[in-house]
Design a protein around this ligand. Sequence first.
Ligand SMILES: C[C@H](O)[C@H](O)[C@@H](O)C(=O)CO
Ligand SMILES: [Mn+2]
Length: 419
Amino acid sequence: MEQSITNSYNEAKKLYEQHGIDVEGALKRLAQIKVSVHCWQGDDVRGFLHKDKELSGGIAVTGSYPGRARTPDELRKDLEQAFALIPGKHKVNLHAIYADTNEVVDLDALEPRHFTGWVDWAKEQGLGLDFNPTCFSHDKAKDGFTLSHPDPEIRRFWIDHCKASRKIAESFGKTLGQPCVTNVWIPDGFKDTPVDRLSPRVRLKEALDEVFAEEISEEHNIDAVESKLFGIGSESYVVGSHEFYMGYALTRGKAVCFDSGHFHPTETISNKLSSWLLFGDQLLLHVSRPVRWDSDHVVTMDDELLDIARELVRGNLLDRTHIGLDFFDGSINHIAAWVIGTRNTLKALLRAMLEPVGRLKELELAGDYTSRLALVEEFKSYPYGAIWDYFCAAQGVPVREAWLADVKKYEENVLAVRG
Ligand SMILES: C[C@H](O)[C@H](O)[C@@H](O)C(=O)CO
Ligand SMILES: [Mn+2]
């Protein structure tokens, strides 16, 4: 390691230690955190199962930056390049449409064997896998409804797909020796104001009960459900609203997925986590960045990211939280997007771990809000960057922006030659 990195680290460490902060303990904890990196940033959410299908479900990718992955092998190579620039050992979050198979197989007939390529690779790379049924970009989701569709035959198709997804996830968990989080998100909703808000929710509740009917050990698979306020084409009503899934997950022992882009523009998920975890067991995060009406921008070091990290650290919630990412930006280098979003998420957790939480809580309890504010503000300019640099160097990944040169080289040598 470069001497200047160690020197800056030692100086910074002294400053934190004056406040009783255990810097080495924080770095050990940070090294254990697994971020679930979403595969769909690598190919603009197209997948490999039905190459001709348009992206649907009220989500959209804009931009045509060259070099998106076109095959499972390309996607895996791109992920390997991203992970070489991100400290720690993580997970990859797959959608069903990323099956690695030459067979013509529909979503309801998918089996673990269609994902063998992914599992073998994950094992070899020391990565975990998470999973998602893909309830969009399919003819049977054309009119915007899946699990809550009024037609029982269409509902059946999606129920079978979600059941198949849980079996695939269970096989991931068994083979890789760590649980796979299976997240159900459906786009179902109305563009214009519905007359009957209740019936689609009744259908969704019944369909989900069927999906989850088979007991699968949480050692292998953890079920999560993800709400949304609105999507493109479902502006007026979404069946799987936050309240729907709060009730559903609480009564069924499921995890709730909080996507930071799925709420009103001024509503933050950081303020929801402590409430949920008082009553529910586990949560899944989709760390994203909403911008005006759109929900899926690359995660930056903004106030909400830091507040999410603070909530997890201050409330001791990390052990019950699965941290996933969810953004898709087609206007920049696909690998850089992963690296920026994942490094920022980890860096925000480090910043939160380097705050004098015990002291701040004491001040708050004593009603000394002046000191609380003063300390929180001063800590914003404490030298966490020096601790982060040391962490990156110790983990064998590039320090500061040095990773960008590797991405540019990969772009020139690998991405630019893709058609
Ligand atoms: C592709 C993902 O499953 C999707 O982004 C979902 O998680 C979501 O957030 C939809 O808005
Ligand atoms: Mn999401």
